[in-house]
Each structure stands twice: as structure tokens, then as C-alpha cells.
Design a binder for this molecule. Sequence first.
Ligand code: FBP
Length: 553
Amino acid sequence: MIELSPLHAARYAYVPKVPEIFLESILNIAPRSTAIVEPEKDREALKNAFPNSYGKPAVEFVAAQSPLKTKPLTVGVILSGGPAAGGHNVIAGLFDALKKAHPQSTLIGFKGGPSGLIDGTYIELTSEIVDRYRNTGGFDIIGSGRTKIETQEQLEKSFKNARNIALDALVVVGGDDSNTNAAMLSEYFRQRGAAVTVVGVPKTIDGDLKNEWIESSFGFDTATKVYAELIGNICRDAASGRKYWHFIKLMGRSASHIALECAFLTRPNVALISEEVEAKQMSLSSIVNSIADAISARAAKGENFGVIIIPEGLIEFIPEIKRLIAEINDIIAAEGSLYETLSKGEVQRSFIAARLGPESAALFSSLPEVIQSQLCWDRDPHGNVQVSRIETEKLLVEMTSRRLREMAEKNEYTGKFDYQTHFFGYEGRCAFPSNFDADYCYSLGYDACLLILHSLSGYIAAIRNLAAPAKDWLPGGIPIVSMMNIERRHGKDKPVIKKALVEIEGKPFKAFSEARDAWALSSDYRIPGGIQYFGPPAITDMPAITLQLERNS
Ligand code: FBP
């Protein structure tokens, strides 16, 4: 038996705060339909792809007219995609709610992500197991994976396993791709006549699974607080040693929500936002020039140090690189089985270079070889470039050094440039969930159980009013298909959940763009410190700044 750290032991005793309505008996809570939610675009295609779940209303949970009668249920849960703090509390909330609805209900956990359902590998989640994971980070209770359930064979195997286990419901805890899986399974089970209610739970540190009903995905709050602690420490180190520029890449895949939140929490000298780069069609050289100018302006004050935040997905938003990536994706999709046999590095690089159009070929050859190779690495099972493996921070350091040398030759820069690079990503996904994530996740699990009890298949748990104290949160759900559009993946048009990127017209970006010029020259960084789990609620329960800006008028 591993000896627990004092914090680990103390977190077991934490009782998550929940919306007030959840204090009622679970059988006395019922869904109330509100507006029909339709996707923003591609409506006909989505209606055809999801005839059973299209055109349904959003629901909110309110006090019931009369108590629900229910039988013991067998419910399966899948943790899908990258870990995010709070996944264990989703399971705890789901488990407690199921047992309250009927003590003989059973919760099983499919092992290793969606492949656990396809292969029929699972464990029963007993109270002894669940209790050991309450309020802890990680997905290790059952493991996670990125298998995409999409082929007929995978869907049929999932159906057969669900039937053999006599599954009444399935909860898929995941991001945009995983909840797309959930919608497909819901549809397939209906088509096969199986009464299995499939519901989703919005997870991802990236924060890009959100809309009017889903105000935040879980894990974002904890991850940004962990990264901000590290960035704040680096800011202080930079101001103490006064000799390095720190180029810090932050995880978050395509969206820059994490970079934006961490910028508010720490006030770095430069924070790049990919969505702005795309909106302004900034080229790679114009981004590099803007970094070099910021470095030069501080050097003029005698400050040859600073901190730059770079969102992980930046590279995909630079127009000429975006075109290059799209061409590489199409080549990989078209040459699928042959490409898989090629070894990484020189062989893959030459294969791709020989097949690119002239403009992209020229750009490709101008990039450092290490970046060329990283752009050629395999896509993930959903067809995404694995941006966490592309060293954009190093690319920018190399190009910025070059630019500063040019400026120095023309006497436009007289400073001294030295640097350190960092990538913060995996560090933030499995921390003990912040109180916000612990409360939110437990409530999401509870909410998922309510969706199941009321047979709302194809729905995703949606809790609103998150900037307010937990007692005032508003639980409910929306149809997953309402969040979808058609996108090109692996060379084919496919229905997927549309990623919510940073809105350039939104309140958080506007607040950032008003503040950033002052941050560029200042060395008065904001030092947030580590996540506090016990103490005054103003410190322990503070929701993300971007969430507050979005939701508070
Ligand atoms: P999800 O979308 O599955 O939540 O994963 C998010 C993420 O952490 C991204 O920020 C990152 O690019 C990616 O996972 C890394 O994936 P992997 O864990 O497979 O290396």
C-alpha cells in the first residue's frame, strides 16, 4: 500500500459543492424542455446523419411534479482522450447518483478508452474503488484512449458488447472528438433497436468544447492554474536573473483559451493568440518581427529578459503553414498504407516534399529539418496534427535570433539576446482538481445520471451559471448533434463537433488586447502561486478569469 501524501489524504474528505436542486432526492428531479437547439450550419447533412437525435430541445433539471419510478440500471462509463483533472469526480458523481436512484444499480468502467467498449474489457466500479479516487487527478481509475469508433465493424462490436452486458446506458467523458463518438453510438444503438441511452460529458483542458449551454469543459480550470503557477515562477526568475527571454509553449491544441487565461493570470510581456494570427492573416515572418520588436523595446530600457507565451496550435493558424499542413494531410490520407511503412525523418520528409505544390514545397524546405519532420509525423486517430509534438517555441527562437541579428547589423537593436524554451502541457492534466473542477465534475457526473434516468440519449451534460457559486449552477443537457458541423478529416467530409476557438470579438480577447501593451514593457508580473485547496473561498474557489469575463455582465 502506497503511503498517501497529507494533501492526498485530506482531499478524500472533501465534499464537492453541487447545484441546489441536486440536494433534492434524485427521483424528484425532472427535465424541463426549453428551446430546440439546431447546429449553426450543415443542417441537412447532420439531419441525415443523425435522424434520431436531430432537432431535440435543450433541457434543464427542475423539481419534478411526481417522483420517478426506476429499476436497477447497468451503466458503463468511458474516459476518452487526454486526461483532464476531475475525471474521477465525474465517475464519483455518476456512481453516487446511480446508487441514490436505485441501490442495486451497477456502474462498470470500460478500460483504456473507447477500445474497452469495442473489445469488451471492463471492471465493475465498486464503492471501494470509487472512494479511492475521489477528488484526485488523472484518469487511471480505468485508463483512457483515443480510439475513434466509426467503422461499421467497431460500431457493431460495441453494440454486441453492450447487448451482452445488458447495458442500459453509456457515459462518454471526452472532448469534441469523443463526444462525436458518443453521438454516433447513440444513433447506431437506436438504429439497431437497442435501448441504450448514450450521454456525453464535456472534458478537455483545451477549453474548446463550449457554447451557450456548456460554459466550460472540465480540466481547463486546473490546467491553467497549474501552468500559471509555473509561468509566474518563471516570470520571477526572469526578473531576478535578468538574462533570459523565456519562450513558453502551452498546451491547448488548436484553441488559445489556455494561453489567454494564463496571460490574465501572469501578465507576460508577449502572449500570442492563434485566432488573432488567423484573423489578421499574419505570416510567420510578421509574427517573428513582432516578437523581435517587443524584445528590442525592452532592451532599450536595459531589460534583456522577458516571458513569451505561445499557444500549442499557433503553427496551424499561420496562413501559409495552414495550407502546407492541409496539403500534407491530403498526401498522408491519399498514400495511407504506403506512408505507414516509411520511417520517420529523412524518408518521410523527402516523400512529402516531392508531392507538395510549388509554394508549399518552398515553405517546407525553408523550415528547420526538425520542424519538417514533426509536421510529417502521423496524425492522431481523429486526423489531427499532433501539435504537442511540434516544437514551435524552438522554431520561433531560431527565427527571432536571426531577425535580431539582422536588426543589430542595421543598428536597430543593441540588446543581448539569450533564451530558454519550455513546454507546459502534460504537467497540468492530472493535478488534484481545483475546487472548481472537483465541484463541477462531481455535478457533471450527477447530471449525466439524470440524463440517463430520463432516457435523453445523444445528449451531453450541460451546467450553466458557472461563474456563480456552485449552489446557483443550473444543470441540464443539450443534444450533441446541435454542436456539430461537417469537416474534412483523413481526406473525407465527416460530422464532428465544432471546436470553440477564442473569439476576437469576445470580451476576454478585448480585455487582453487593451492590457497587453502595458504588460509588454512592464516587469511587474502577476504571481498567482499554486492552487489552494483549503482556505478562504475567494482564493480556493475562484473560477477562471476568462469564464468570469464571458459570463459576468
Ligand atoms: P483532449 O482533446 O482529448 O482533451 O486532449 C487535449 C490535449 O491535452 C491537447 O491539449 C494536446 O494537444 C493533446 O491532448 C495531446 O495528446 P496526447 O495525450 O495524445 O499526447
